[in-house]
Ligand binder design. Structure first.
Ligand code: FES
Length: 89
């Protein structure tokens, strides 16, 4: 089961046993990185991960990964600033 809770700002390693894991893809789960069905009605789905052997996976804590809930390195890319200069008149 979860040995690490999601963080607010960066990647988090998660050790998993071999088997099928349903990972949270909506951020609403009360079981950390694991789906508890809270995504129902959110328009999101859980992420199924199948492992042939125990492995360490890197989970996204910034919410910007295109492979969410897995980290894809997007946390290293600076956030885009809007082109319009609000408040700079
Ligand atoms: S922590 Fe979000 S992409 Fe790496």
């Amino acid at each position: 089961m979860a040995d690490m809770e999601p963080t607010a700002d960066g990647p988090s390693p998660l050790e998993l046993q071999a088997g099928v894991h349903q990972l949270c893809g909506c951020g609403r789960s009360k079981h950390g990185w694991f789906c508890d069905g809270a995504h129902l009605g959110s328009g999101r789905v859980s992420y199924e991960l199948r492992l042939q052997e125990p492995a360490s996976v890197v989970m996204c804590g910034c919410g910007r990964s295109r492979r969410y809930p897995l980290c894809d390195g997007s946390h290293t890319v600076p956030k885009q600033q809007p082109w319009w200069p609000w408040g700079q008149r």
